[in-house]
Design a protein around this ligand. Structure first.
Ligand SMILES: N[C@@H](CCC(=O)N[C@@H](CS)C(=O)NCC(=O)O)C(=O)O
Length: 208
């Protein structure tokens, strides 16, 4: 299978980490997000975003759909064959996409880390304040959930943990306010200690 992606982006890193965890080889083709997308890439993913998986004639974009596909194809317990567990994992993935990522982690990471890396000027403090408020609200939900269990769904690692943890991959660089959330920090340490994240880590240039 071929993965088109940008290794430093959490969405690509998440897919590569899941594949590595499952010992599934992925042939990586880097898409440089700093340049316009080529017509060839737009032909396989009309959104122009990354990542995109190509498996024979099958083309799939959206990272959470991609990790579901890779795990299902390999019969993995990360995507258990149980309707309630699958719905529960999907719930966390939807929450990650609509709220945790889009409203909280991504804007903070962009304002505080990506802008610095790409010399895009200082953080927009209005955007930071809005995202911080969303982060505090959603992190409290995660914290309460993780007082009751070790992983997000049931008592074992699933795709839900990969999806929600990936949004925190740059937590230190973006100074995401995790201090009040001890259970989230302990869970994140557990998930990110899996060798598959280090095995697929991007080569990062020094911050500007
Ligand atoms: N919901 C999508 C998000 C994809 C996405 O926004 N990817 C970013 C990199 S993290 C991208 O390609 N940005 C370039 C662009 O929007 O043109 C997923 O999970 O795959």
């Amino acid at each position: 299978m071929k993965l088109y992606g940008f290794p430093a982006s959490p969405n690509t890193w998440k897919v590569r980490a899941v594949a590595s965890y499952l010992n599934v080889p992925l042939d990586l083709e880097v898409v440089d997000l700093l340049k316009p997308r080529t017509p060839a890439y737009l032909a396989i993913n009309p959104t122009g975003r990354t990542p995109t998986l190509v498996d024979g004639d099958f083309r799939l974009w959206e990272s959470n759909a991609i990790i579901q596909y890779i795990a299902a194809k390999n019969g993995s317990a990360l995507w258990p064959n149980d309707p309630q567990k699958r719905a529960d994992i999907t719930r966390w993935q939807c929450w990650q996409l609509a709220h945790w990522g889009a409203e909280a982690c991504q804007p903070l990471t962009f304002q505080r880390f990506v802008k610095k890396m790409l010399n895009l000027g200082p953080p927009d403090q209005t955007a930071v304040a809005k995202a911080r408020e969303a982060f505090n609200k959603d992190a409290a939900v995660l914290e309460a959930h993780l007082t009751r269990q070790k992983y997000l769904v049931g008592d074992a690692l699933t795709l839900a943990d990969f999806a929600v943890a990936a949004a925190l991959l740059y937590a230190k660089q973006a100074e995401l306010p995790l201090e009040p959330h001890g259970n989230v920090r302990a869970w994140l340490d557990r998930v990110l200690a899996l060798p598959c994240w280090a095995e697929t880590a991007p080569q990062m240039p020094a911050a500007a």
